[in-house]
Write a protein that binds this ligand. Sequence first.
Ligand code: GAR
Length: 210
Amino acid sequence: RLRVAVLASGRGSNLQALIVARDAGQLPVDFALVGSDKANAGALQLAKDAGIPTFTLNPKDFANRRDFDLELFRQLDASGADVLVLAGFMRVIDGEALKPWVGRMINIHPSLLPKYRGLHTHRRALEAGDVEHGASVHYVTAELDGGPVIAQATIDIRPGDDELQLAQRLLSFEHQLLPAVLRLIAEGRLSLLPPDRVALDGEPQDAPLQ
Ligand code: GAR
């Protein structure tokens, strides 16, 4: 079975969706490790409740981003994970440090990429007057939210939607999209891209801290 590691900074509802799918026999993976940059992330508790090993790294304990990310990936490597899933991991990752994982690291992002990379995607879709919104699962490359898109879920924006309503309605689609993509990978029906193919995509990034 595919060994999966997950990184999450927040409440962890997408992680929970993966665990539920696994428990329901719809996702043939083993969870090797869940990591976070926030000691109080809800995702860590959800992982512990599911018997998945966890770890936290505090960015303040590291001199710079690259050192943090190298230690992060060292621990993920040591877990024997085949694939890494970013499920609400709210940090920019150093382009050099992530190179060994390009092609086997995916992220879920709450917009119809290439629209609205970065933060506040729901607000930006509303402010733009969009009639549709959505979520994307994409390969992670050095370019922030810029790697090749694998799959998207699209929803209508309804008159009167506010940021919170839109985010919440989208979330339930995220909870279907992410397990569906991971299932394709686990069943060998979605090829992981060779790193050299996607590595061409992005220059090492020098994005501001988020
Ligand atoms: C999700 O909406 C996810 O798409 C988003 O954070 C939320 C995490 O929720 N990710 C990003 O914005 C990544 N740039 P969760 O902790 O309940 O899974």
